[in-house]
Ligand binder design. Structure first.
Ligand SMILES: NC(=O)c1ccc[n+]([C@@H]2O[C@H](COP(=O)([O-])OP(=O)(O)OC[C@H]3O[C@@H](n4cnc5c(N)ncnc54)[C@H](OP(=O)(O)O)[C@@H]3O)[C@@H](O)[C@H]2O)c1
Length: 264
């Protein structure tokens, strides 16, 4: 794989899609800044990838930590030409009904965490007149889902945020890409106990994501068959769609039985 940027930062690089993208970027000869909270996992990945990878432990919830990590990346590897804001947390049901801390944390990490990563590199990119900002949203961004604790809402917020930023940065030399994967086998989805249609392996998904970035895609929805299903769902009358989703999504699973919200 060839990639058009020499220095790339990846948040959420300690696991799943982030780790896989980092591996493939290093394989393509890029210098990679690895960002996540798990110091041990980042150090192990940096060792695996060799001298072109730098472990930069940080929490994307905290802008100061992200800025410090980017500053270190830029002093040791060179200016970050591409930031892949991939860190995210999934559906977590609180051990109690209607706990606002659940959506609050999901929105903070997924939405504000992405903004922190992008804004930490934006001034440098603007000064150089080139760069590429990437956010990892999801096919879930197109549909509110029952019992997901605000995950779909956070992914929709990311996608819409990136859309506005893309237009705002038009003509500045800074590209913006929104990646919307369907189901991918990673630690985030390993805990799902429902059928995941068109499930992709992480290496295949990462390859497609990097290809979409290299091609400067504005929005990349994949896999195509799931995107087609979502497209159809969006065009189904709401009364019918709600009835189907309620049958599928509100059925308690082994995992949600203990925590499911009371029905009004
Ligand atoms: N897997 C899927 O089916 C799928 C589908 C669509 C979209 N996505 C999106 O793809 C992205 C990666 O997900 P994944 O499936 O690879 O999940 P994952 O294996 O659970 O990886 C999530 C990564 O985010 C990092 N992270 C979480 N909170 C963080 C924080 N506060 N600060 C810094 N890093 C943090 C984690 O590292 P630490 O815990 O070490 O901090 C980890 O490296 C997410 O944005 C997810 O929403 C995944």
């Amino acid at each position: 794989m060839s990639f058009p940027y020499r220095v790339v930062a990846v948040t959420g690089a300690s696991s799943g899609l982030g780790a896989e993208m980092a591996r493939q970027l290093a394989g393509a000869g890029c210098k990679v800044a690895l960002m996540a909270r798990s110091t041990d996992k980042l150090a192990a990945l940096a060792t695996e990838l060799g001298p072109n990878a730098l472990a930069l432990p940080c929490d994307v919830d905290d802008f100061a930590q992200v800025r410090a990590a980017v500053a270190r990346a830029e002093s040791e590897l060179g200016p970050v030409e591409c930031m892949i804001a991939n860190a995210g947390i999934g559906q977590k049901l609180a051990p109690g009904p209607w706990d606002p801390a659940v959506p609050e944390q999901i929105l903070r990490t997924n939405v504000q965490g992405m903004v922190h990563a992008l804004y930490a590199v934006l001034p440098g990119m603007q000064a150089r007149g080139r760069g590429h900002l990437v956010g990892v949203s999801s096919m879930a961004s197109y549909q509110g889902l029952p019992l997901d604790g605000g995950y779909a809402a956070s992914k929709a917020a990311q996608r819409v945020f990136l859309e506005g930023l893309r237009v705002q940065l038009r003509g500045t030399g800074i590209a913006v890409t929104c990646l919307c994967p369907g189901f991918v086998r990673t630690p985030m989805t390993d805990k799902n106990d429902f059928d995941m249609p068109f499930l992709l392996e992480a290496d295949a998904a990462a390859r497609r994501m990097l290809h979409a970035i290299a091609r400067k895609r504005r929005v990349f929805n994949f896999p195509r068959r799931l995107a087609a299903l979502v497209w159809l769902g969006q065009r189904t009358p709401r009364w019918l769609f709600d009835a189907v989703l309620a049958r599928m999504g509100n059925r308690p699973t082994r995992r949600t039985q203990a925590y499911s919200h009371p029905r009004p």
